[in-house]
Write a protein that binds this ligand. Structure first.
Ligand SMILES: [Zn+2]
Length: 155
């Protein structure tokens, strides 16, 4: 059983409420569920993000970067991620919840501390409602990206 600290519990509770709200809104417009991400910054504020869906697929981007971008806009690059939550829609409970892609891991690493965590989950659309977070996995941010990219330096 994965254990969560009070910050992570706060983030998970917030995510549960907001994902249901966003899912209901999208369903009312006849749209499918998408991936959501929420970032708790060291200021104590939480920022929302969703995967950006558009006609030119490569112009879209991930929920995690959307949420981190909102944090950076509001608080600058001095902000640090305490915990990042990501959850995607699935048909049934999986053996392992989705984890951030490589590009997102680079950005998470840049704005995290050695203590930052990444919480990964999923949700299922039922006929009338959603089953939220049937499984939740937790990682240390560094564990997901142990050998970060460092730009080469020239004299
Ligand atoms: Zn990504």
């Amino acid at each position: 059983m994965v254990k969560f600290n009070s910050n992570e519990k706060k983030l998970i509770d917030y995510a549960r409420k907001k994902i249901l709200q966003y899912c209901k809104m999208r369903k009312s417009k006849g749209l499918n569920d998408i991936i959501y991400s929420f970032v708790l910054s060291d200021s104590g504020k939480i920022y929302d993000g969703a995967s950006i869906i558009c006609n030119l697929r490569q112009a879209g981007y991930c929920a995690e970067r959307h949420a981190i971008g909102n944090m950076l806009l509001a608080e600058s690059e001095k902000a640090k991620i305490v915990s990042l939550f990501v959850a995607g829609p699935v048909q049934r409970k999986s053996a392992k919840a989705i984890t951030p892609c490589g590009i997102c891991r680079i950005l998470i690493d840049e704005f995290s501390t050695p203590k930052s965590t990444v919480i990964c989950s999923e949700f299922i659309r039922n006929e009338k409602n959603w089953t939220v977070f049937p499984r939740i996995d937790k990682y240390n941010a560094k564990e997901l990206y142990p050998h970060p990219y460092v730009a080469p330096k020239w004299d």
